[in-house]
Design a protein around this ligand. Structure first.
Ligand code: BGC
Ligand code: CA
Length: 332
């Protein structure tokens, strides 16, 4: 028996043990929540050990406690909720991109609330009609980065209506990239010197030199193109693992892909039972569960998809883990 078949043999008899955890057959994809809307923006909150995510058009922020299976939500009357991230050291406070407003929202995530205090701190895309906040994240300096997208009618988005912004603790939006069509996934390299960014209809993942102190980006280059790699669908939300590899949700592609941004190669594909995969983040006590959001809107395209579309999934046994997400800082 050569060493590989010996290892496989060991794997078979030790099936449940960690010896085989990198083997494809041990990766589990489990639906943990069923929700019908456009779910997005998963954020793992390490302090409360809860997963937060938003349901954009139902205008809700959700919390999910994996230890108890409890889901709670709050309704934001202000408008569609593209992104919500906790504020550092401020209990029950979130920065929220709602409509084109950037607001502070107060919510105790142990409660179901039909209303919340919304304090609008800034408004973007002034003079434009029908744009809205989409994905966003906070950098290592506590600065928010996120962007907007144009109106989406019957799955068609008016191009070049959005803008990608950063917002510091002074709440003054700074234009970073304009125009964009569907401002989507973003994350930073482990060395904190590169911003990875997705404008979905380009099918590309772009990289920019990034300065965490000034918050400036420059020197755009393309590190991966889904179309050129014959991958169906659009790149959507994105996160990074502790090896520096990117995990990208593929909208209309029923999958999550792992990409090496240095070699520009596809490393792995994990399939999901529904096509509109919107975003990903690592969570759990060891940050080794990949939480995946999906959308329940639009036509059903896959067999048995109805029971999965709009679900939130937990992918386990990937053999990798993520990093703690940053929180918005109001007073840096
Ligand atoms: C947006 C959707 C859009 C999709 C396309 C999502 O982030 O919220 O409205 O259809 O991206 O990739
Ligand atoms: Ca998204």
């Amino acid at each position: 028996m050569n060493s590989i078949s010996y290892w496989l043999y060991l794997c078979l008899i030790l099936r449940a043990s960690s010896a085989c955890k990198n083997e494809k057959e041990d990766i589990t994809v489990t639906k943990i929540i069923q929700n019908s809307g456009l779910n997005e923006g998963p954020h793992w909150d390490h302090q409360s050990q809860k997963l937060f995510f938003v349901d954009i058009f139902n205008q809700k922020i959700f919390s999910f406690d994996p230890a108890t299976g409890t889901t709670r939500s709050v309704y934001i009357a202000n408008g569609p909720v593209g992104v919500a991230i906790p504020v550092y050291n401020e209990l029950n406070t979130f920065i929220v991109g709602t409509g084109t407003d950037f607001a502070l929202v107060n919510w105790n995530s142990n409660e179901d609330n039909t209303s919340a205090t919304v304090e609008v701190k800034a408004t973007v895309d002034k003079g434009k009609t029908n744009t809205r906040w989409n994905d966003g994240k906070v950098d290592s300096s506590g600065r928010f980065w996120g962007g907007t997208m144009g109106p989406e009618i019957n799955s068609v988005v008016t191009p070049n209506q959005g803008t990608f912004y950063s917002i510091d603790s002074d709440f003054i939006p700074k234009v970073q990239i304009s125009p964009v069509s569907i401002s989507n996934g973003l994350t930073w390299s482990l060395l904190d010197d590169t911003l990875y960014y997705i404008d979905s209809p380009t099918y590309q993942i772009a990289a920019y030199d990034y300065d965490p102190h000034s918050g400036g980006i420059s020197n755009k280059r393309i590190i991966f193109d889904l179309q050129k790699n014959n991958i169906p669908g659009l790149p959507d939300g994105m996160t990074i693992d502790s090896d520096g590899n990117l995990w990208v949700a593929v909208y209309n592609g029923a999958r999550v892909i792992q990409i090496n941004p240095v070699t520009k190669e596809l490393i792995r594909t994990v399939h999901l039972p529904t096509s509109k995969v919107t975003s990903v983040t690592f969570g759990g006590p060891l940050l080794d569960t990949l939480y995946v959001t999906t959308s329940g809107l639009g036509p059903i395209e896959m067999k048995n998809e109805a029971m999965y579309a709009g679900g939130i999934f937990a992918i386990k046994n990937l053999g990798v883990h993520g990093l703690l997400p940053n929180l918005f800082r109001t007073n840096v």
